[in-house]
Structures are given as structure tokens and as C-alpha cells.
Design a protein around this ligand. Structure first.
Ligand SMILES: C[S@@+](CC[C@H](N)C(=O)[O-])C[C@H]1O[C@@H](n2cnc3c(N)ncnc32)[C@H](O)[C@@H]1O
Ligand code: SF4
Length: 399
């Protein structure tokens, strides 16, 4: 079992046009020092209820954590220790960094404070594309950040966006080549996702070209020993992100700060903080009593901010998260987790998807085919289970 902690840092230099994360331009909300006070109070209030004390991964995401000073970030790690949490000797501590955020001045402080993995939001190495995305940094600043990480022999990953408006196969190839020139051990490649009608939803490559873009990325990365281990994630063997694997292997995590999500499978509990800074601030400022037991989460959060998962939701989540990984859904784990009738229901849906060429199976696993991975949302839609799908109440007993 692994346990992870996520801190959300909701500040950005600018709001990128495509972004749907809970973040604000830095001067438009309370100053970071005040936000960190709220976060620390939240930690104190909830820590007594957290059933795991040994941490395998800490992740500072956002937002733009690299806008904060090293002392600020490190103070959150120290607060975990003050609250009695222990750090696994091989703990992975990741921080997202954006080019153009004074990282070169602060890098030593972050390293000294324990950050041992950096995730660079490169997105593209083309200035026109960066500007069309609404990003403030230039490709040159990304080169500087990556150069610094490489020079210091640090463990880093970078994010690339593809299928951007007016982006050609050649442009994607160029972005990947530039990323590879820094020999990263890990890369995430995301296909731009924006709703219909969004200003970035036009002039994009047609579906078949988007498929070619992804194939090109995958094959170039493979040539560099960066193997796909999840729909959008590639790494050298042994460099899988512990943080990601906690999400995809049904392991517990505690999310702290604005909009952060937590999951405790043994309690079948998910909870999440409000997405609006005003609501988050009120929630934390107006709570004085610590929560001692996760089953009492309702004394602390509004009903719309938590759910005790019902069986059909557990089945849905279990299929979705495992199928995101290259290994897939382990048949043995299904047998241990669900009753025969429940497995029959899951496997009959998987078999239909297999007949459509979207799912494949071997002796031990069900997994997405290449075509299935390209339309994973369609596959996941077919693997939504509702309460009325369930065979009968008596089958609930195995959970
Ligand atoms: C939580 S964001 C924060 C990273 C960092 N603030 C940055 O933008 O460089 C993590 C990654 O999600 C990806 N992402 C954000 N919005 C997206 C979207 N609409 N479609 C696809 N990927 C997206 C980007 O590649 C981004 O680097
Ligand atoms: S910098 Fe990252 S988190 Fe901030 S708005 Fe842009 S994509 Fe979103």
C-alpha cells in the first residue's frame, strides 16, 4: 500500500485559455502567506482523522507552485512532520514548475528543502503556440529551465500539449525532438481538451491526424526508451511517477488546499474542497473543531463536497482507473474485490468492448487496445455502472 499527499497552490502568472483548474492570477486573491495559513489550519483540523501516517509521495501542484518561495513550500513539508507524519526513505516529492518564474534563483532552496522531482509545464517550444495558449513564458525560458535541471542532474518530467489550433504534425515532431534533447526520464503528452465552442476548439487537426500525432509522439518516445505506462504518460523503466501510480492503483491520498480531492478506499470515501477561494476561506476560517474520524466528515464538509461511494460507483472507478494504465485491469484483483455476479456484469461490458476492438484481454489482464486508448472516453462511458445495473442487494456483501 502507498499513501500520497497533494498540496494545491492556486496561483498563476496568467490564466491560460484552455485551463479549467482552480487557479487565480497571483494578485487577484489573498497573498500566498495568508493562503498558507489557511492550508496549515486545514491540515491541523483534518490530520487526526487521516488513517495513514507514512507518506510515499508528496506533490505540489496547481496552479504554479514555483511562484512561491522555497521556504513557503518547505514549511508545508515541515507541517506534515509536526503533525506526526513520517516520510518513507524513498519518498518522491514533486513540484510543478512553470518557466519564467524565477526558478533559477530558487532552485537550491527547493532542493535543500527536499524536492526531488520537478514537473515542467513546457506545453510547446513554439512561441506562437505559447502565446495562442495565453501563456506568458517564451520557449527560450523553457529551454533555460530544462537546461538548469539537466545541468544539475535532477529528476524531472515535462508536459507537452498536442492537437493545438493550427499545429501540424511537423510542429508536434519538433516539440518532441526539443523535449528529448534534454533526456528527461518522464514525459506527459496531453491532447488539448476544450469544450465545443471554446475559442481554442477550431482550426485543430482532424481526428485522424490527431491519432497520427499521438502515434508519432509514442514512437519517438519509445525510441528513447520512454515507454507508455498510462494513456498520457511515458517514462524510462523505474521512473513511473509514484504520485500518478497512487491514483491509478486505487491507493489512498489526502488532498490539501483549494479544490483538492482526497480518496480513502478503505472507507469508500472521496471528499474535495470547494473550488472557489471565497468558499474555501470561509470553510476553514469557520471551522474550529478537528475531525477525529473520516466517517464524521459530514461534521466538517457540506454534502456536495464528499461522497461515500456506493458499490456501482466503486465498480465504475475501479475499471476506469486501472484501464488508464498500460498493464490494465487485473483479473485476479477483480476476483478479490467483487462477487461473481458483479464480475459477470463488468466482464460482459468488457467483452462487448472487446468485440468492437476497443479492449483486449490476456490470461491475467483486461486492457485498452490502441484504438480503445484513442477513444478512452467512449470506453469509459460504457463502463459506467448505475445502481439499477446491479444484480441484487445480496451480492453487495463481498465489499
Ligand atoms: C495542473 S496543470 C498545471 C501545470 C502548470 N501550471 C503549467 O500550466 O505549466 C498540469 C498539466 O495539465 C495539462 N492541461 C491543462 N489543461 C489542459 C487541457 N485543457 N487539455 C489538456 N491538457 C491540459 C497541461 O499540460 C498542464 O501542464
Ligand atoms: S499556468 Fe497551468 S494551472 Fe495556471 S492557468 Fe496555465 S495551465 Fe492552468
Amino acid at each position: 500500500m502507498s499513501f500520497g499527499v497533494y498540496f494545491h497552490i492556486p496561483y498563476c502568472l496568467q490564466r491560460c485559455h484552455y485551463c479549467d483548474f482552480a487557479t487565480y492570477e497571483i494578485d487577484t486573491i489573498l497573498p500566498p502567506a495568508d493562503y498558507l495559513q489557511l492550508v496549515k489550519k486545514e491540515m491541523k483540523l483534518r490530520a487526526p482523522a487521516i488513517p495513514y501516517k507514512n507518506i510515499d509521495s508528496i506533490y505540489f501542484g496547481g496552479g504554479t507552485p514555483s511562484l512561491l518561495k522555497p521556504d513557503n513550500i518547505v514549511s508545508l513539508i515541515k507541517e506534515l512532520a509536526n503533525l506526526g507524519f513520517k516520510f518513507n526513505p524513498n519518498i518522491e516529492i514533486t513540484m510543478e514548475i512553470n518557466p519564467g518564474t524565477n526558478f533559477n534563483t530558487n532552485i537550491d532552496g527547493f532542493i535543500a528543502g527536499g524536492i526531488n522531482r520537478f514537473s515542467v509545464g513546457a506545453q510547446s517550444f513554439n512561441d506562437q503556440q505559447l502565446s495562442a495558449c495565453g501563456r506568458k513564458h517564451t520557449a527560450n525560458e523553457t529551454h533555460q529551465t530544462l537546461g538548469l535541471l539537466k545541468k544539475n542532474k535532477l529528476n524531472f518530467t515535462l508536459d507537452i500539449l498536442f492537437a493545438l489550433p493550427n499545429q501540424s504534425l511537423y510542429d508536434v515532431s519538433d516539440d518532441v525532438e526539443k523535449a528529448l534533447s534534454y533526456s528527461p526520464k518522464h514525459i506527459s503528452a496531453y491532447c488539448l481538451t476544450v469544450p465545443e465552442g471554446h475559442k481554442m476548439s477550431t482550426n485543430r487537426a482532424v481526428d485522424s491526424i490527431q491519432v497520427e500525432m499521438f502515434d508519432l509522439i509514442e514512437s519517438k518516445l519509445k525510441q528513447n526508451n520512454l515507454n507508455k505506462y498510462e494513456i498520457s504518460n511515458f517514462c524510462n523503466p523505474g521512473f513511473e511517477s509514484i504520485h500518478n501510480m497512487i491514483y491509478w492503483k486505487d491507493q489512498p491520498y489526502w488532498g490539501i488546499g483549494l479544490s483538492a480531492h482526497s480518496y480513502f478506499p478503505s472507507q469508500s470515501l472521496r471528499f474535495w474542497n470547494p473550488k472557489s477561494i471565497g468558499e474555501y476561506k470561509n470553510l476553514i476560517n469557520n471551522t474550529e473543531r478537528s475531525i477525529l474520524n473520516l466517517n464524521k466528515i459530514s461534521s466538517h464538509l457540506k454534502p456536495r463536497n464528499f461522497e461515500f461511494l456506493q458499490l456501482h460507483e466503486v465498480m465504475t472507478d475501479y475499471c476506469h482507473i486501472h484501464l488508464r494504465t498500460m498493464q490494465g485491469l487485473p483479473k485476479e484483483a477483480l476476483r478479490n474485490r467483487f462477487s461473481k455476479e458483479q464480475i459477470y456484469l463488468i466482464e460482459s461490458r468488457l467483452t462487448l468492448l472487446e468485440q468492437q476492438g476497443l479492449i483486449k484481454q490476456c490470461n491475467s489482464f483486461w486492457s485498452l487496445t490502441k484504438s480503445g486508448a484513442l477513444v478512452s472516453n467512449v470506453v469509459f462511458d460504457k463502463l459506467y455502472f448505475s445502481a439499477t445495473d446491479l444484480p441484487s442487494k445480496s451480492d453487495f456483501s463481498t465489499l
